[in-house]
Design a protein around this ligand. Structure first.
Ligand SMILES: NC(=O)c1ccc[n+]([C@@H]2O[C@H](COP(=O)([O-])OP(=O)(O)OC[C@H]3O[C@@H](n4cnc5c(N)ncnc54)[C@H](OP(=O)(O)O)[C@@H]3O)[C@@H](O)[C@H]2O)c1
Length: 186
């Protein structure tokens, strides 16, 4: 089974979202998200991003589906009219991962990214297929109504990706830092 990684930005009080949107405006951090989730070694392939229905509809209508990546949306109430034909709609994480593990997607997709929200991250973190969490640690508190699950000691902080800055970043007076956690094999 192919491994996957999570990518998330989390503030000091553990929040990731408010009213279906992000609690902060960080243009460079969003660019980081795009760059990392699009990153491929084989230019004939692309990556897949798996997300919950609210995360998908939280993306402005003009910007979704997110380009250059296969968008896979999880919902228990799939209604094909709500989604463009180029996205894949699944009723469970297992269905999404099974589709990605068999032809034709197994040959077309290079990396699998889990991009939220809360329950999707939680299920992903428990899976033996989970490899890493690419976390942006936002060093400020924000009012939030969606939160990141606790990172258990199954995960250890690892040396950063050479491609990702380690020093503290700052945008609009908000400080943040990229961190990578890797699941420890037991
Ligand atoms: N800071 C970040 O990095 C980040 C990343 C992602 C999202 N966000 C924010 O987080 C918020 C959205 O997250 P959320 O936790 O509220 O919602 P979400 O996970 O995006 O969506 C929840 C919905 O996804 C579907 N779903 C979830 N798990 C499923 C499963 N295992 N099988 C089938 N369907 C499943 C269900 O849809 P149905 O109700 O249709 O069945 C559920 O109601 C927004 O504010 C967004 O901006 C932030």
């Amino acid at each position: 089974m192919k491994k996957f990684s999570l990518i998330v930005a989390v503030c000091e009080n553990g929040g990731i979202g408010i009213k279906g949107d992000l609690p902060w405006k960080l243009k460079q951090e969003l660019k980081h998200f795009s760059r990392i989730t699009k990153r491929i070694a084989n230019s004939n392939k692309r990556n897949a991003i798996i997300m919950g229905r609210k995360t998908y509809f939280g993306v402005p209508a003009t910007k979704r589906p997110l380009p250059e990546r296969l968008n896979i949306i999880l919902t228990r109430n799939p209604c094909s009219n709500d989604y463009p034909s180029e996205v894949v709609v699944c009723t469970s994480m297992q269905e999404a991962l099974s589709k990605l593990g068999e032809p034709p997607l197994v040959d077309e997709i290079e990396n699998i990214w889990i991009v939220g929200g809360t329950a999707v991250y939680k299920e992903a973190m428990c899976s033996p297929q989970c490899h890493r969490i690419y976390l942006t640690e936002i060093k400020q508190k924000f009012e939030c109504d969606a939160f990141f699950p606790e990172i258990t000691n199954d995960f250890k902080l690892v040396t950063n990706d050479t491609d990702i800055p380690t020093e503290v970043q700052e945008e609009n007076g908000i400080k943040y830092q990229y961190k990578i956690y890797e699941k420890v094999l037991r």
